[in-house]
Each structure stands twice: as C-alpha cells, then as structure tokens.
Design a protein around this ligand. Structure first.
Ligand code: FES
Length: 119
C-alpha cells in the first residue's frame, strides 16, 4: 500500500540540486535533475555523510567526501568506496508539490524508472 506524503514544493529544489527533508523520522534527500525528482535516504552507505550536499548529474548523486556516485533510480553505488546501496523511495510531482511514498524503500534489484517516476 502506498503512503505518499508531501515533502516540499517543486520550487524548493532548483534544477541539478538536492535538499534535505525529514519525513516520519527519516532523513531524505530530494533531488531535482533533468526535470525529474528523486527521493534517496540522506546518508551515504560508506559513512554518515548527507548525500543532499553532494553534486547532482543526471540520475546520479555524488558523495562529497570520497566521491562515490549513486544511481538515484535504484540507490546502487556506481563507484567505490561505497559498496552498499542507499534506500530510495517512490517520488512524484502533483502541481507544485513533491510527494514521496515513505511506506517502504524500493528493492534496488528490481527498481526501474517506471516505478520511481510516477509523475
Ligand atoms: S562517505 Fe560517502 S563515499 Fe565515503
């Protein structure tokens, strides 16, 4: 069962950037890139570093500390030193609202763009 909640406005997240939000005691990075919005847990899987402070490029975000890049669609690491995925959540836009389904993270092995982008 989905459980979408409003996390921010579209205008809160400039293109090619991320912001940190807190939803149900979860720290999330809301990312805006190439017209798409993504929700990924705001903590690198290598160490407790907020991914929301990293660089955004396409469907990837780069941890600023050691440079691991993560696929925003699946949470999977694309480069070392991180080796574990970061949880990602369904995200969609309704009007000026960005909504995230925080009921459960997506399975990194089965995630695909259709599941994540329901806008
Ligand atoms: S803390 Fe993110 S790559 Fe090391």
């Amino acid at each position: 069962m989905s459980d979408f909640v409003r996390v921010c406005s579209v205008s809160d997240v400039p293109p090619d950037s991320a912001i940190a939000v807190e939803v149900d005691d979860r720290e999330l990075a809301i990312v805006h890139s190439d017209g798409n919005f993504y929700a990924i847990e705001d903590e690198c899987s290598h160490a407790a570093i907020p991914l929301s402070e990293g660089d955004v490029e396409g469907a990837e975000i780069e941890c600023y500390l050691h440079g691991s890049r993560f696929d925003l669609r699946t949470g999977r690491p694309l480069s070392l030193p991180a080796t574990e995925p970061v949880p990602v959540y369904r995200c969609r836009v309704e009007g000026d609202d960005v909504l995230v389904d925080v009921s459960e993270p997506l399975d990194p092995e089965q995630s695909d763009i259709e599941e994540l982008q329901e806008s």
